[in-house]
Design a protein around this ligand. Structure first.
Ligand code: SAM
Ligand code: DTB
Ligand code: SF4
Length: 345
């Protein structure tokens, strides 16, 4: 069978199969299916492993902002570019606890701590381990993203009870070198291997809208889907505009239908992973987000800011969830307030 015909029949013939041998040609064949066929297939795959009406809400906190020695060409926090961002010191545990409580009250079930480091120093890592224990103490899932880790650092985080480590491949192997020079893709894969060996779940995805080709977006999905195990969480970020970084020279906001196609392709290729609509949701209409949920996205970041950039307002997200009948702590918290006097959403 040719790849296009195979793509059309993939779900019918391979129900529930998790594969690690994807090719870009196969990914292109799925991505290029007639839209209705692609979304139908993605929705079928989605329903095999997930409640289609549930979307996870996660919250982010930048515990150490700016002054980063890496040169990721999209990032406001790199010390290589003049982005007007003020660098901060590592936050203290009390402030992290207060922020985690606020996030929990807002409806987040996962709390993700991010630091702008190439890799953590041992003293800093001990403090982050304390923060992980604090987040776990609130009954939330914990995630941290601290740059590159050694094997022993990953074990330390695991022993502190860490649930997820976020470390993105960011883009395809071919496009990677145009965006980042100070850290190789191989370095990133080493960190992911240490995290996996330590028994911590992986959150790994990337960014679109930096000027990459569709083949690069699909190459990124192939890279993720052919890792030794699929990342449990796959964040798909639309590049959030930042003044002063090199990506401004190449950036192109993706076509909304292309975003939905990519989410559906990710869903089919990594059928048991949680796919998160991450940065860039403020550029999406409610209708596009609804289409992405239909295509298999089942997580978002909530809260007015991500790390240094904007995110949709909590009320807008709660209202969207309520209109779509999505169950989440976020919808439960706010749905009553979003109804009119007649009780209609
Ligand atoms: N410094 C750590 C690292 O890079 O390993 C963790 C934090 S970093 C901000 C986490 C991820 O956020 C990056 O790998 C990238 O995929 C994403 N990201 C950063 N800046 C972004 C932007 N302006 N728009 C969209 N995604 C972005
Ligand atoms: C991920 O893939 N997206 C999040 C999280 N992992 C750490 C970060 C998005 C950052 C967006 C840019 C900013 O706010 O600085
Ligand atoms: Fe530093 Fe992370 Fe930003 Fe890269 S993405 S410059 S590593 S904070």
């Amino acid at each position: 069978m040719n790849p296009a015909a195979e793509a059309r029949h993939y779900n019918r013939d391979n129900k529930g199969l998790v594969r690690f041998d994807w090719t870009v040609i196969e990914a292109e064949a799925l991505y290029g299916l007639p839209f209705a066929d692609l979304i139908f297939q993605a929705q079928n795959v989605h329903r095999e492993s997930f409640d289609p009406n549930r979307v996870e809400a996660a919250s982010l906190l930048s515990i150490k902002t700016g002054g980063c020695p890496e040169d990721c060409g999209y990032c406001s926090q790199s010390a290589h570019f003049a982005t007007d961002l003020k660098a901060t010191r590592l936050m203290d545990r009390g402030d992290v606890l207060a922020a985690a409580k606020r996030a929990k009250n807002a409806g987040a079930t996962r709390f993700c701590l991010a630091a702008a480091w190439r890799s953590p120093k041992e003293r800093d890592l001990d403090q982050v381990c304390d923060m992980v224990r604090t987040v776990k103490g609130l009954g939330m899932e914990s995630c941290v993203t601290l740059g590159m880790l050694t094997a022993s650092q990953a074990v330390k985080l695991s022993e502190a009870g860490l649930d997820f480590y976020n470390h993105n491949v960011d883009t395809s192997p071919e496009f990677y070198g145009s965006i980042i020079k100070t850290r190789t893709l191989a370095d990133r894969l080493d960190t992911l291997a240490h995290v996996r060996s330590a028994g911590v779940k992986i959150c790994c995805g990337g960014i679109i809208g930096m000027g990459e080709r569709i083949e690069d977006r699909l190459g990124m999905l192939v890279l993720l889907a052919n890792l030794p195990s699929h990342p449990e969480s796959v964040p798909i970020n639309l590049w959030n505009e930042v003044k002063g970084v090199p990506v401004n020279e190449t950036a192109q906001r993706p076509d909304p239908i292309a975003v939905a196609r990519l989410v559906a392709t990710a869903r089919i290729m990594m059928p048991k992973s949680v796919v998160r609509l991450s940065a860039g949701r403020q550029y999406m209409t409610d209708e596009l987000q609804a289409l992405c949920f239909l295509a298999g996205a089942n997580s978002i970041f909530i809260g007015d800011t991500l790390l240094t950039t904007e995110n949709p307002k909590l009320d807008r997200d709660a209202h969207l969830f309520a209109r779509l009948g999505i169950t989440s702590e976020l919808a439960e918290r706010n749905s009553a307030d979003d109804r009119g006097a007649d009780g209609r959403v």
